[in-house]
Design a protein around this ligand. Structure first.
Ligand code: 6PG
Length: 306
């Protein structure tokens, strides 16, 4: 069955070079076809990055999206030797804990984590708290050379005191929380709004346990060339509908805030040749509350005003 496919044009914000960027959504008939499509999208992203620059840098979040991805990659013979893999977020627990995203990711995707050129371990010490862990995670990312993890100018996203650059992951794979969170960026949480120029933000008092976490910052998610947001099951239907069809109040729906970060008008962009994109991929249950018959091509993102 051909998935339903919708596209939004993303309007440039003040100070951005007005280039094409898009948010698309596809609804797949079953969890299995969603898995297959997610894996195919990621592999196509990887092939494009390796062809263009010889390397692929990807970040993956925790939760059920790991299993979706694993299912779609099952039986595929992929050369992961030019991949660098990081987590989009991690809980502040030891890597042996059942709550560790790194542990879950290694277990779900052993071929990837076993064969990747680099696995970015977010932190080794939990005793420094979320601040220490975020600093360690960001340091590990910053130590990767630009040939592995390209950079771009942060533009207005850098905020005060930042280094003025952002990493450009070739792809980021995100799950979706029922409250509209992505990675560990939660609704109306200060970490979601942080524009301090940080690549990794500390997260205290997350509403989903474990409460202490670290997460790639919103500007980093937005700077990625290809963001894949995947959701499966009826439990995600409301969050999918709200994120895609209802303009949220500022900070209330982090998933909706992941719109492509366009190039600052005044600076050269990264070496990427394709425009950045955010692709939502959901199965029929997760997409069951969408009303695509009311959508029109070329609608602004998201489609309705408050
Ligand atoms: C985490 C995740 C988080 C997750 C969503 C969806 O560490 O908790 O990175 O963002 O992806 O909560 O998780 P489920 O698909 O398991 O509901």
């Amino acid at each position: 069955m051909t998935p339903h496919q919708f596209q939004y044009q993303v309007p440039a914000e003040e100070g951005e070079e007005a280039t094409a960027a898009e948010v698309s959504a596809s609804v797949h008939g079953s969890p299995a076809s969603l898995s297959a499509a997610l894996a195919a999208a990621l592999l196509a992203s990887a092939a494009a990055a390796v062809a263009e620059r010889g390397h692929f840098a990807v970040a993956v979040s925790g939760g059920s999206v790991l299993d979706l991805l694993a299912e779609g990659l099952r039986g595929k013979n992929v050369d992961f030797s030019k991949w660098t893999v990081a987590l989009a977020d991690e809980r502040l627990v030891s890597a042996e804990s059942a709550d560790s995203n790194l542990r879950a990711a290694r277990a779900a995707l052993p071929a990837l984590f076993g064969a990747a050129a680099d696995v970015v371990v977010p932190f080794t010490e939990v005793s420094g708290g979320t601040e220490g862990a975020a600093t360690e995670f960001e340091g590990a990312l910053r130590r990767l050379p630009a040939s592995v993890l390209p950079r771009r100018a942060a533009g207005s996203e850098g905020g005060e005191g930042g280094d003025g650059d952002l990493p450009v992951f070739d792809a980021v794979v995100l799950g979706l929380g029922p409250d509209g969170h992505v990675a560990s960026l939660f609704p109306n949480h200060p970490a979601t709004a942080a524009a301090s120029g940080r690549w990794v933000v500390p997260v205290e008092a997350a509403p989903k346990l474990p409460a202490r976490r670290v997460s790639l910052s919103l500007p980093v998610l937005r700077a990625a060339r290809d963001v894949l947001v995947a959701a499966s099951g009826a439990g995600k239907a409301s969050a999918v509908q709200r994120a895609l069809e209802v303009q949220a109040l500022p900070g209330a729906c982090p998933a909706q805030m992941v719109r492509p970060l366009l190039s600052p008008a005044s600076s050269a962009s990264s070496s990427s040749s394709s425009p950045p994109s955010v692709r939502w991929m959901v199965d029929a249950d997760a997409g069951s509350l969408l009303r695509p018959e009311t959508w029109e091509d070329g609608k602004a993102w998201p489609r309705s005003a408050v």
